[in-house]
Design a protein around this ligand. Structure first.
Ligand SMILES: Nc1ncnc2c1ncn2[C@@H]1O[C@H](COP(=O)(O)OP(=O)(O)OP(=O)(O)O)[C@@H](O)[C@H]1O
Length: 305
C-alpha cells in the first residue's frame, strides 16, 4: 500500500452552510504537509471525511488507495489525532492505550514504546481525567502512533503544548516524514508550522486556495526584494530611487528595495559612495506569506451565518 492520502472533489453541506466545496489535494509520503486556512475553511471536516467519521455529499477520500472504512486494523495504516478530549476520564493514560492496542491486536510492549516516544512516562499511570490539555495531546499523539502507521492525520496537534512540547512535536513530525510516512497536520496558526511543514495545502471556503512548497511560497511572497542596512539611509534611498528602485524604510531604519537585483543595489551604492553594512535577500515570514495568500479567502464568521 502506497502511503498517500488523496482527497478529490469533496463537497459537503451542513444545512445552509457549505463546509466543503470541491476540496482536492494529495498528501504524498516523505514530507510534512501543513493543512492551513482560516477558521471555518473546512480543515476538520476534510479530516473527518478522510477518516470515515463523516460522509461527503460528493467526491472521495482515499488512504493508501482505499476508503478508510474498508481498512482492517485501521490504526496500522492511519494514525489520527482529532479530538484530544475524547477520553474515559477514569482510565489511566496507559489503560486507554492498552484498550486501543488490544482492539487492533497490538500488545503492551508497543503501548510502552509509544508512551516513551510521546514523553508520557511520568503520567502514564495517572487517571487521564486529571491530565492537562498538553498531556491529553501527548496521549492522543501516542495513540496515533500505536499501529506504527505509514499515514498520519493530526488536527491541531500543537494545541495546549508548552514551548518544550512544541519543539518536541516539530522534531517528531519531521522524523516521521523522514521515515517515509505521509504526514498531514492542520493548524490555523501559521507560526506553528514554520520550521515543520515542507509543503502547504491552504484551504479557504471549503476548497484549496494554494498547494505549494513552503520555500516556494516564501520566495514568491518575498518578490525578489532586497534588504539593506546603511548608516545613511536617506542617501541610500535617494540614490536607489534615482536608479529606478522602489525603497521603503521601517521604523528602525532598515530598507527594503524592490525593482533592482542585489548586485545592482551594491553597484548603485558604491557609485554614489553611500556606506552600507548589509545587503541580503528580503525574506518574508511564512506567516506574512500566508496572510497575503489568504487575505481574500477569510470567512467572516458573523457574515457567513
Ligand atoms: N457538524 C456540523 N454542523 C454544522 N456545521 C458544521 C459542522 N461541522 C462543520 N460545520 C461548518 O462547516 C464549516 C467548516 O468547518 P470546519 O470545522 O471543517 O473548519 P476548520 O477549517 O476546521 O475550522 P477551524 O480552524 O475553526 O477548526 C464551518 O462553517 C463550520 O461551522
Amino acid at each position: 500500500m502506497r502511503a498517500t492520502i488523496e482527497v478529490s472533489g469533496l463537497r459537503k453541506r451542513y444545512g445552509g452552510t457549505t463546509a466543503l466545496d470541491g476540496m482536492t489535494f494529495t498528501v504524498p509520503p516523505g514530507r510534512v504537509t501543513g493543512f492551513v486556512g482560516p477558521n471555518g475553511a473546512g480543515k476538520s471536516t476534510t479530516m473527518r471525511v478522510i477518516l470515515g467519521l463523516d460522509a461527503a455529499d460528493e467526491g472521495h477520500a482515499l488512504v493508501g488507495g482505499r476508503p478508510y472504512r474498508s481498512l482492517r486494523d485501521p490504526l496500522r495504516h492511519v494514525g489520527a489525532l482529532l479530538d484530544a478530549g475524547a477520553l474515559q476520564p477514569s482510565r489511566t493514560g496507559r489503560d486507554h492505550l492498552l484498550w486501543l492496542a488490544h482492539s487492533q491486536g497490538l500488545g503492551a510492549r508497543r503501548v510502552d514504546e509509544v508512551i516513551e516516544q510521546a514523553g508520557l512516562t511520568p503520567a502514564a499511570r495517572r487517571r487521564a481525567g486529571g491530565y492537562s490539555l498538553g498531556m491529553r495531546q501527548r496521549l492522543g499523539i501516542a495513540a496515533s502512533l500505536l499501529g506504527d502507521p505509514p499515514m498520519l492525520l493530526l488536527d491541531e496537534p500543537v494545541n495546549g503544548l508548552d514551548p518544550e512540547g512544541i519543539v518536541w512535536i516539530r522534531g517528531l513530525l519531521r522524523a516521521l516524514a523522514a521515515e517515509g510516512r505521509a504526514v498531514l497536520v492542520s493548524s490555523h496558526l501559521m507560526s506553528e508550522l514554520a520550521d515543520t511543514a515542507d509543503h502547504l495545502v491552504v484551504a479557504g471556503r471549503g476548497r484549496v486556495v494554494a498547494d505549494v512548497g513552503v520555500a516556494e511560497l516564501i520566495a514568491r511572497a518575498s518578490r525578489g526584494r532586497v534588504a539593506l542596512r546603511s548608516a545613511e539611509p536617506s542617501r541610500a534611498m535617494a540614490a536607489l530611487s534615482a536608479a529606478g528602485a522602489e525603497v521603503s524604510a521601517d521604523d528602525r531604519g532598515a530598507l527594503t528595495v524592490s525593482g533592482l537585483p542585489s548586485e545592482h543595489v551594491v553597484a548603485v551604492l558604491n557609485a554614489n559612495a553611500v556606506p552600507f553594512h548589509e545587503v541580503s535577500a528580503h525574506r518574508v515570514t511564512l506567516e506574512a506569506a500566508y496572510m497575503e495568500l489568504t487575505r481574500d479567502a477569510v470567512e467572516y464568521r458573523g457574515a457567513a451565518r
